[in-house]
Ligand binder design. Structure first.
Ligand code: IMP
Ligand code: MG
Length: 182
């Protein structure tokens, strides 16, 4: 059991649990993309930690690239506004693209991203999200092919996920104490 950050109320997913999720996803992706021209695209900045672990859990040759989009400000609510801050450096035409995301909530960010990337004519385009806030009555705008785990509808931090750019380096995923928002 890792020591908890004082701002964290509860640990949802421990380092060990995350490692086994990543191992399972990596094995599945290795199998599904055998012989394909796999490109992993991580969405900055939240997905970098997951990307770093996931790429090492995949046996196949692959390329990586990064995109930065803005959908949230420094707060906890979606603005619904998405814009590209950093575009890809590589050409994805005819390649098998897997978008690597930290967390899927409304899916508005990914919906926009997928529309944009599909116009570049990849051979395939799928989503691998570490967490999915797949709660009752909430419909995400995209359907991920790979999911690390489902997540309650709380604001979570750690393993790449931030609140106002803090807590990304926590090795586990936790729920913030309410007073941290105040
Ligand atoms: P969506 O467009 O509503 O799916 O928002 C997805 C993005 O919002 C994620 O990539 C995160 O950057 C951010 N986000 C959503 N929920 C959380 C959370 O609980 N903690 C930290 N970031 C979050
Ligand atoms: Mg993100």
């Amino acid at each position: 059991m890792e020591t908890m950050h004082p701002d964290v109320e509860e640990i949802l997913f421990s380092q060990e649990e995350i490692a086994s999720m990543v191992k399972r996803l990596g094995a599945q992706i290795s199998e599904d993309y055998k012989g394909k021209d796999l490109v992993l695209i991580a969405v900055l900045r939240g997905a970098v930690v997951f990307m770093g672990d996931l790429m090492r859990a995949i046996d196949n040759p692959l390329a990586i690239d990064f995109m930065a989009v803005s959908s949230y400000g420094d707060g906890a609510k979606s603005s619904g506004v998405v814009r590209i801050i950093k575009d890809l450096d590589i050409d994805i035409k005819g390649r098998d693209v897997l978008i690597v995301e930290d967390i899927l909530d409304s899916g508005l960010t990914l919906k926009y991203l997928m529309k944009n990337l599909s116009s570049r004519k990849p051979a395939s385009l799928e989503v691998c999200t570490f967490l999915w806030k797949d709660v009752e009555g909430k419909q995400a705008a995209v359907n991920p092919k790979y999911v690390g785990t489902h997540c309650p509808d709380a604001f979570v931090v750690g393993y790449g996920l931030d609140f106002a750019e803090h807590y990304r380096n926590l090795p586990y995923v936790g729920v913030l104490k309410p007073e941290v928002y105040a």
